[in-house]
Ligand binder design. Sequence first.
Ligand code: PMP
Ligand code: GLN
Length: 380
Amino acid sequence: LNRRLAGMGTTIFAEMSALATATGSINLGQGFPDTDGPEEVREAAVRALRESRGNQYPPGPGIPELRQAVAEHQQRFYGLAYDPDTEVLVTAGATEAIAAALLALLEPGDEVIALEPFYDSYAACIAMAGATRVPLTLRAPDFRPDLDELRTLITPRTRLLLINTPHNPTGTVLTADELTTIAGLAVEHDLLVITDEVYEHLVFGAAHHPIAALPGMRERTVAISSAGKTFSFTGWKVGWVTASPALVSAVRTAKQYLTYVSAGPFQYAVAEALRLPGTYFDTFREDLLRKRDLLADGLSAAGFRVFNPEGTYFITTDITPLGETDGIEFCRALPERCGVVAIPNAVFYDDADAGRSLVRFTFCKKDEVLAEAVSRLRRR
Ligand code: PMP
Ligand code: GLN
């Protein structure tokens, strides 16, 4: 393993899901639902397979039907107009979009300012690009970005800002004001912005705002999303990028040599998913809100300090009130102690102290599974 990837051996998600399997625990670690997405979308994938649509290499940028559906989705939810031919790129999940964007846009030695705690692939991909990450740390109890601090982090080497809203793992949803300030700094310093919006439809009360809609941002923003979270098909690995033709072209150049193309038949199905009626999105959100409250109440009752998320399907907790201090040790021991798996937030920080006592639980599970997990945690 080269120096750039030193210390990045196995992702925390793989480690903790393996532990869940080995111990037969309830897995509230890795974020994947235990109920698959809509039947009609699964049927659309089967139909594509049977009708030989997408069983051979689909077009590099993605099938036209899906690029069109992504463009319509951006128009329908945000009033943003993208040309499906030149401004949309289909990727192998958001993960590939993040990798391709960073590899395509960074020079070795560039600095990337990213919200910390960060989703683990950000650190690895910035490292693979030979760039340096500069964290803007979100701190308990509010986990809001300090935008005066952001200003001080910008140097002549800063090339891009990498944001994630709704934010994994804290559940923070950036406000219109926060995004306006971030956008102003990007314009002032001529920075690119990569925005990871995979949880765009998982918001409770707060509204999701795409930064690309703000003045001066359309031409400097690479927006990333995915079918994994919105439609509960994390195994399909269908994601997409929307950006200006120049930025899409750059990201496509890198994508060509990573995967070349992404899973064909699933692209037809996701095109249909993106056109589901508003009731799908509303019901999905209402279900998740109920689950959030169920888990948040249960974790509080079990003695955790709970930071209620405005978005995503994760709850960050502090284990200090339980008399515990180290989230990594806590999560390694928890399966043996009570048959529940969680993720230590410390692995998402450069500044491990900032996240040492924080632990993340997902609530994208059946109500009865959440209830059982809570009762186990109470007996812990
Ligand atoms: N970004 C964030 C913030 C995530 O939590 C995840 C995990 N779903 C991804 C990207 C990766 O998305 P995908 O599964 O579509 O590759
Ligand atoms: N995004 C998911 C999470 O944060 C995990 C995805 C993965 O395993 N890479 O739990």
